[in-house]
Design a protein around this ligand. Structure first.
Ligand SMILES: Cc1cc2nc3c(=O)[nH]c(=O)nc-3n(C[C@H](O)[C@H](O)[C@H](O)COP(=O)(O)OP(=O)(O)OC[C@H]3O[C@@H](n4cnc5c(N)ncnc54)[C@H](O)[C@@H]3O)c2cc1C
Length: 537
């Protein structure tokens, strides 16, 4: 990224501390994939005052702007640095759970894949919420409105003049053609648009959709929804502002407390507070504020404001294996987002909807255990990995407080592979990835299979437990629904509390099929629609 292209970006226009007002109409907590969308939609009305608080800093960083560098943000100050608690289901390991800590949140540090979810996902959300506003037909309307899809036109499903520039990676590495043919040979059809009709049926294989423009420039939710609105007098944006508590008057949320550069501030919300801090920090703040399972709250001496046993429960992530890996004959540097091939398929043809979503990683990719066990080649261009992944895991995790100190990381029990059905699906997924990678179609790109090889029975299961980790899709930990474990209703209101809604990946009743940013943007858009209607703004 050159200085010239950097300076062409909209400059940061966060407000100065002495201009913070004592109250706003709305406070949006967390400027990530959903928070940027909600703040923008509310601020579109110049009569409405909005404060957007974000714990991370500016997104004007080369490793964010250049979407091909996404993985270099992991482990930096732009990542919350979370880790799962040790679990026997992954042989006692503690997989990393990276989450973006910067304006734009995950959308600023992610792999730029735009995966819209399956029809079944949204129809299930609508059923759980008891609200057709969440069903596939309604959600298609939002996608058509916000997308600027540059691929094969599909007027019913895809938008062409929205604000999000969406492409298929151009000029992918030649291996992608081999993988497509290998997948077709085992019955997974190539589809021209992996977000089109395939996501109403059996899935397919092909290139992902990616959010980029002008070469590899990232199209994040901060860049699209917020940068053009910076400097508007009714939208105040404060970076490096870590929210540590909510204020209440009885059962009504009235304000937010945050810490910035060592100073503590409290700001009021005349209308509502929207939590968009992601699937780990949203349930954490709820619990710190006395909203959660009363047993868990009492354990930390927190007064119970509202007993909601579902807070922090139902945690989900697509489980990804690091992975099935082959050494190149001729080294090939990664291109585009370094993940130019995906397939969505069923592990068992009797399933109603696809449950597998492996992805190509154009590098050697091992876990901290498998990378040592196997002789993986060195250097990003030396090998490629077809990483098996689950689209509809049955394993459920939970998030608990470590203490009542808001600055302490919570305890995250990811429980990957705790459901037997997930191991069964993963075994089939590894088999399919190996069939594709070892097919004649991939022979021109394959010197040898590095990992896992033809393991059987317990040995293969052990490999899977050593290789399993996050797909970076933490979600579902404050689910929308109508049963006693639900945290929000169909209009995203927290049960039992006034003036408080949640709009982020934590409200998904079940994780979507495919990467989670696009459905989270839909959640942000729905929140905008719902709030605009509720307040006639
Ligand atoms: C490395 C990585 C790669 C990924 N790749 C893809 C991909 O290619 N495609 C895809 O679809 N998805 C991908 N994802 C997932 C996707 O980015 C997330 O699902 C999505 O961003 C979730 O949106 P969210 O709004 O729920 O939370 P986030 O986007 O995580 O936003 C939450 C925001 O709240 C802020 N926040 C949290 N706590 C506080 C606090 N106490 N005070 C103030 N602010 C706070 C955070 O800093 C963050 O900015 C990836 C994620 C990561 C981390």
């Amino acid at each position: 990224m050159t200085e010239a292209s950097l300076s062409a970006l909209v400059p940061d226009r966060e407000i100065l501390e002495d201009t913070i007002r004592s109250t706003y109409d709305f406070i949006v907590c967390g400027g990530g994939s959903a928070g940027c969308v909600v703040a923008r939609r509310l601020a579109e009305n110049p009569e409405v005052s909005v404060l957007l608080l974000e714990a991370g800093g500016s997104d004007r960083v080369p490793s964010i702007i250049d979407s091909t560098q996404w993985m270099w943000n992991i482990g930096t100050e732009r990542d919350w640095g979370y880790k799962a608690q040790p679990s026997p289901t992954v042989n006692g390991r503690t997989p990393l759970l990276p989450m973006g800590k910067v304006l734009g949140g995950g959308s600023s540090v992610n792999g730029s894949v735009w995966a819209r979810g399956h029809k079944h996902d949204f129809d299930f959300w609508a059923k759980e919420a008891g609200d057709d506003g969440w069903n596939y037909e309604s959600v298609l309307g939002i996608y058509r409105r916000i997308e600027k899809w540059n691929g094969t036109p599909d007027a019913h499903r895809r938008g062409s003049d929205g604000i999000l520039n969406i492409l298929q990676p151009e000029d992918p590495i030649p291996l992608v053609e081999g993988l497509i043919k290998g997948a077709e040979a085992i019955g997974i059809p190539f589809v021209d648009d992996i977000n089109g009709a395939a996501m109403e049926g059996e899935g397919g294989c092909g290139l992902p959709n990616v959010l980029v423009q002008d070469g590899n420039q990232r199209v994040s939710m901060a860049a699209t929804y917020i940068h053009p609105f910076m400097g508007r007098p009714n939208l105040h944006i404060l970076l490096c502002a870590e929210i540590v508590g909510l204020k209440f008057s009885g059962k009504r949320a009235t304000g937010v407390t945050f810490v910035r550069r060592g100073r503590t501030y409290t700001v009021g919300a005349d209308k509502e507070i929207i939590l968009s801090m992601g699937a780990i920090n949203t349930p954490k703040l709820l619990m710190l504020s006395g909203i959660g399972d009363q047993k868990e709250l009492k354990r930390h001496g927190i007064d119970v404001r509202q007993h909601l046993p579902g807070v922090g429960k139902n945690f989900q992530d697509h489980i990804l294996l690091a992975g099935c890996c082959w050494e190149y004959i001729t080294p090939e540097p990664p291109r585009n987002n370094a993940a130019e091939f995906v397939f969505i398929a069923k592990s068992d043809s009797s399933l109603p909807t696809p449950d597998l979503m492996p992805v190509l990683e154009e590098t050697p990719f091992g876990s901290e255990v498998t990378a040592k066990q196997y002789d993986l080649p060195v250097g990003p261009a030396s090998a490629w990995t077809l990483a098996p992944g689950l689209a509809r895991p049955d394993s459920r995790g939970e998030i608990l407080l470590n203490s009542s100190n808001p600055l302490d990381a919570p305890l995250i029990f990811a429980n990957f592979l705790s459901a037997e059905s997930d191991m069964k699906a993963m075994l089939r997924c590894v088999e399919m990835c190996r069939e594709i990678g070892n097919s004649d179609f991939c022979a021109p790109y394959r010197l040898r299979e590095c990992m896992p090889g033809d393991l059987k029975g317990a040995d293969m299961e052990n490999f899977i437990r050593n290789a399993a980790g996050t797909y970076f899709h933490e979600s579902c930990s404050a689910k929308m629904g109508r049963d006693e474990m639900s945290v929000v209703d169909g209009s995203l209101k927290v049960y039992g509390i006034d003036g408080l809604r949640i709009a982020d990946a934590s409200i998904m009743p079940a994780i979507s099929t495919g990467n989670t940013m696009a459905p989270t943007v839909i959640i942000g858009e729905r929140a905008g629609e719902i709030l605009k209607a509720a307040y006639a703004i």
